[in-house]
Ligand binder design. Sequence first.
Ligand code: NAD
Length: 505
Amino acid sequence: MATKTATKSVPKTKLSPLKKNSNGVLPHKIVSIDSKKLKDMENVFSLQKKKALELRHSTTKQRIKKLKSLKDLIFKYQPEIREALRADFNKSETETDLSEILPSIAECRDAIRHLKYWMKPVRANTPITLFGAVSEIHYEPRGTVLIIAPWNYPFHLAFAPIVGAIAAGNTVILKPSEYTPHTSALTKKMLAELFPEEEVAVFEGDHTVSTALTDLPFDHIFFTGSTNVGKIIMERASKHLTSVTLELGGKSPAIITDGADIKKAAHSILWGKFLNAGQTCVAPDYLLIPESKVDDFVEQAKKTVKKFFGSETEDKSSSKDFCRIVNARNFERVSGYIKEAVIKGAKIELGGEVDASQNFIAPTILSKIPKDSKIMEDEIFGPVLPIITYKNLDEAIDFVNSKPKPLALYIFTKDEKKINKILKSTSSGGAVINDLIIHLANSHLPFGGVNHSGHGSYHGFFGFKQFSHERSVLKQSPVSAIKMMYPPYNNLAKKLVDITTKYLA
Ligand code: NAD
């Protein structure tokens, strides 16, 4: 980029960052939705509304059968899924297996194994004031749900919520991303093979399709995508008071403390940063590190990148294991961040080469970041790691707290006291100590954000729960103390209220 000369096969490119609209959303290519498609959506929606009533009665056995078929379908289409992701943004076969197919299969397996327990009503305590009554929580399907998926893990982030929705007994309309057309078309074909559209339907297209869909009174919307679009979805859902799950992004920090193993930390951080070319919601967005450790980190980082993708730009751009930025719009956005930071005085420690013809941005590390750089405002969502230095841990904590609550926070340290201090002083959707991203591979942990990084969570039981309504059911006993407190309020009623209040004191 600005300070590094790109090699012959990686020509320099002119960069002009796109201007955002008033919602903070980058402009899209406007494709208006035709009236036939609109009618089709409305028809499918009303068919699904009817089907949803029928599915309320579906048994554990019936739902498990569907989940097993879904799992088999993923195995059957594994070669096509790999091809689609390679065609969409040069994603490597192994990375597709690791980050799209494996977690989708794991999600199905978990639901198949545990659905019997998840669906059981849960007995709740009953207070002494309601003596004799029996209290339970019943998990009932929400009904007809809309799932809007992003492009960055286009297969897994469409299938994982579908597993939760089917396990919970809902009908589903999926709107996959327009930026990964091969994977989206394949997803539609696969789901149509298994489900009638009155149960699961897919509508492809851009934001105009989401807009038309969010006009319909869904029972729940599960949205995965950017924070700015999440705000639009929440606003649109409010029209029908539709409940929403928002799986959003944000700037997830990685903090290295004094005394940490820098070599191990560099290895993990760069794996997490360059996986999917940084286009991962839980990728470490930026690094906070003591000033005295920067040189050591950069040295280890260079060795790590060489090991992962090679040392020359040609090695990295021809590596089958390093994918591309999904499209020109995002290429311009990310390379614009590097350009702007460098113009303002940032130092390129590693990488910096770009090739617009391939949407290629080399694994890049920047230091000496000016405070007012855009790269420290927006979620980067690309293979660029800015290094921010700190003098003492409080300074690092203040830096994290000066930004909206992130989706993940990573701590690299050997010091238990520092772990506790950071965890207690900050907030994030999830946190990992001495590693990255792997928390989402544990389906016994809820995965989701907090405030700016999202509302609600899923994976495993939490996905089933997210797509269910927790209905409170209280069965009254024939003899009830509460009935003695009905009007007219005689002395006995007064005494009973008095005794109960004193008992609770
Ligand atoms: P995006 O918000 O641009 O798009 C997501 C979906 O919303 C797409 O299907 C798109 O067609 C639709 N959409 C776009 N604009 C819309 C509008 N104005 N109205 C209605 N629908 C609209 O996100 P993206 O670029 O596809 O994905 C990247 C973002 O998603 C990043 O911010 C990342 O952090 C986040 N993400 C979060 C998670 C998570 O689990 N928390 C996972 C992956 C990605």
